[in-house]
Design a protein around this ligand. Sequence first.
Ligand SMILES: [Ca+2]
Ligand SMILES: [Ca+2]
Length: 247
Amino acid sequence: MRFSSGLMAVLIASHTAPGLAATFTNPGFETGDFSGWTLFTNPGGLLGSEAFPGTLGDPVFPRPPKPATPAVLSFDVDGDGSASFAAAFDAGKEALGAGPGGGGLFQAFTTGAGTLALALDIATWVPLFTNGDAGSVRLLVNGTELDAHHFGEVNTGFPGATGGAIVRNTLAGTIALSAGVHELRIAVERPYTNSTDTPLQYVDDLSAQFSPVPLPAAGWLIGAALLGLAPRLRRHAGATGESGNQT
Ligand SMILES: [Ca+2]
Ligand SMILES: [Ca+2]
């Protein structure tokens, strides 16, 4: 069966209509800053700490230098050997107590109706000492958690090793969305206080794949096109002598 040109146009339009893709601003932090993102802190939480100009060879207080956070810094979050700009945090708390600590970042985005698949690279850098909890990162859309990872204890091998440790992971998940404005949120949490020895958390390379569902309006158009096609098919069947019920 050949589709009429009108029906084919409707079918194509239902898959390429503008506004159906999910577009994020600065998903890989390649602007070198937090453009497009809004930072937030949980009650009593901290997102970062001041820079510490450490010296690992210092005989009194041996520590590696630690950058100020929150910040967008060059870091190889996915471990492919190539560093790029990434969001860096020293998630923690002002004082020990209830609550997740830290905070994170969010941005609004718009889609049509469909399914959104997201992926995000995450990492933690533990400067020197083995740390009992390097923090957690959670990926949420409209408040629904798509995926989460708790780095937990990271053993740096200290004192036998003084190079610290980097641990990497990836968050991924899918969610069905109705047409409209949505919120993507990345929570970076750690329920302990910050110090020159606490781990940094990095996030980078947010990637999105959006699969639109045919819109109801498009369905009506397709139905209307098929109705328009029916008389032509009947005429065609009649002209070639094919049998069939023709009411
Ligand atoms: Ca990047
Ligand atoms: Ca990389």
